[in-house]
Write a protein of this length. Structure first.
Length: 245
């Protein structure tokens, strides 16, 4: 009986692989038989991720995906894909009365426009194989808001809606699209802004919402592995909640 949880002979593309969840996902995928293509903006950190991958046919390319020319160059280099993990994103906590158009543009550009534009281009260039899996990173804050999280939560809620429509449109090719709705994970992107923008008492109250504790990137990487594997071949258009909030 074959193991449906392995990624043998699968090629997986991961954005935001220079740190946090994307980095850990790349490492785990490489250890479970997958061929990994990783990208990120920070060359030094991306090289660090690449050095931690298990032996295999892996590739990396530094790119700023908010720059269309760089996105197009990356897509040109990519092979046919069995899976895509959209892990790049920013938080930028900000009370609503201080939100300016530039803040809206920045967070939606990275958290929503980039994954949507990238997915559309990959489909048009026929880089996504039939029966592939596309995975987006959302946040539990779309359901349970926090002070200062309007833009971050809004951008991720838009991504959830997009993923559901994508799953419907790609069902004919058995291509799956799903979201992971993660709670608080111990990554620089999440924990540092939370600590910097909350008073200690408020942060303690927020942490009490997680009876299983703050998550680690490895916890999310395990869920990513499941959705990329054939074990989830009958699941699409869903959002999995992680964190026990």
């Amino acid at each position: 009986m074959s193991n449906s949880f392995t990624l043998n002979n699968k090629t997986i593309f991961i954005t935001g692989a220079s740190s946090g969840i994307g980095k850990q996902a790349a490492i785990l995928i490489s250890r479970t038989g997958g061929s990994v293509w990783i990208t990120g903006r920070n060359e030094k950190r991306l090289n660090e991720t690449f050095s931690l991958l298990a032996a295999g046919d892996h590739h990396m390319k530094v790119a700023d995906l908010t720059v269309e020319k760089e996105m197009d160059g990356l897509i040109l280099d990519l092979p046919k894909l069995n899976g895509i993990v959209h892990s790049a994103g920013i938080v930028d906590p900000r009370p609503v009365k201080f939100i300016m158009q530039e803040h809206i543009d920045r967070i939606f550009s990275i958290n929503y426009h980039v994954p949507v534009n990238l997915t559309s281009k990959l489909l048009r260039k026929k880089k996504v194989l039939d029966k592939a899996s596309i995975l987006f990173m959302s946040t539990i804050a779309t359901k349970n808001p926090y002070f200062g999280g309007a833009l971050y939560s809004g951008s991720k809620a838009a991504l959830e809606a997009y993923s559901k429509t994508l799953s419907l449109e790609l069902a004919g090719k058995k291509i799956r699209s799903n979201c992971l709705m993660a709670g608080l994970v111990d990554t620089p992107m999440i924990v540092s802004p939370a600590e910097d923008n909350m008073q200690e008492e408020a942060l303690e109250r927020y942490l009490q919402r997680y009876p299983l504790g703050v998550g680690e990137p490895e916890d999310v990487a395990g869920a990513i592995l499941y959705f990329l594997s054939d074990a989830s071949k009958w699941i699409s258009g869903t959002t999995l909640v992680l964190g026990g909030e």
